[in-house]
Design a protein around this ligand. Structure first.
Ligand SMILES: Nc1ncnc2c1ncn2[C@@H]1O[C@H](COP(=O)(O)OP(=O)(O)OP(=O)(O)O)[C@@H](O)[C@H]1O
Length: 228
């Protein structure tokens, strides 16, 4: 479902963030992306939903070739990819319900369908009782659960989480991990960039380590592998 061949990324300022990446990830895998700060992890994930374009090489995600995709097709491709960030990125003036519904309204689902799907997904992240709250009224962990709900409400094939537990305390981080595991168990591919040694070494999954823009390790049930 994800295939990169000979991928390079040089930013306009001349920094080369990815320096020859070849990787294949199957539908349904759970993959951690680890590595030192500035190694290229975020850039690697950004290529998968065309937040950034590769300078060279081919990137295929689902059935889309992101190296050749037409600009007008990018929004359709993105419907199959959910993204979760360290800093949640919720709309502060909208309620929990509205933050999640927004993702469906922009693709013109019917009102009934939207209501049903939003409530289903809020149930899945155990936030049905806070549907009318605004983000400021929620804890960090709850805000991250809203952002996960928003990312999966379209039933994407791929969920990208860029340091989803980076702003959370350990207990809350485990809660988020269990939700990501449930999403993965339902068949969604999960790609998670993280600096959490404890999580990677406890919930053992495939580990791709990026160093200086290259894949330094790729192990089926890997370890974090860095001193912190
Ligand atoms: N938009 C940009 N323009 C220019 N350089 C960038 C841009 N984004 C990232 N870089 C540079 O590319 C390199 C890789 O950055 P990237 O964010 O992918 O690393 P990372 O492994 O995710 O780091 P961290 O763990 O600190 O989040 C860094 O040298 C960074 O400064």
């Amino acid at each position: 479902m994800i295939e990169m061949k000979g991928v390079y990324k040089t930013y306009p300022n001349g920094v080369t963030a990815l320096n020859g990446i070849d990787v294949h990830i199957d539908q349904g895998e759970f993959v951690y992306v680890v590595g030192p700060s500035g190694a290229g992890k975020s850039t690697f994930t950004k290529l998968m939903f065309r937040e950034e374009k590769a300078t060279k090489g081919s990137v295929k995600v689902n059935d889309y070739n992101l190296s050749t995709i037409k600009e007008r097709h990018v929004p359709y491709m993105r419907r199959h990819v959910g993204v979760v960030y360290q800093d949640f990125r919720l709309l502060p003036r909208l309620t929990v319900y509205e933050n999640v519904a927004f993702a469906l309204e922009v693709i013109e689902e019917s009102p009934n369908q939207i209501r049903r799907r939003v409530m289903d997904v809020l149930d899945q992240v155990r936030l049905k009782n806070k549907a009318r709250f605004i983000p400021d009224e929620l804890s960090g962990g709850e805000q991250q659960r809203v952002s996960i709900a928003r990312a999966i409400v379209n039933h994407p094939k791929l969920l990208i989480a860029d340091e989803p537990t980076g702003n959370l305390d350990p207990d809350t981080s485990w809660e988020i991990m269990h939700i990501l595991e449930e999403i993965n168990a339902s068949g969604t591919t999960v790609l998670m960039a993280t600096h959490s040694q404890e999580i990677v070494n406890t919930i053992r999954r495939r580990v791709i380590a990026i160093e200086d823009g290259q894949i330094a390790r790729d192990e089926a049930r890997g370890e974090y592998g860095y001193e912190i």
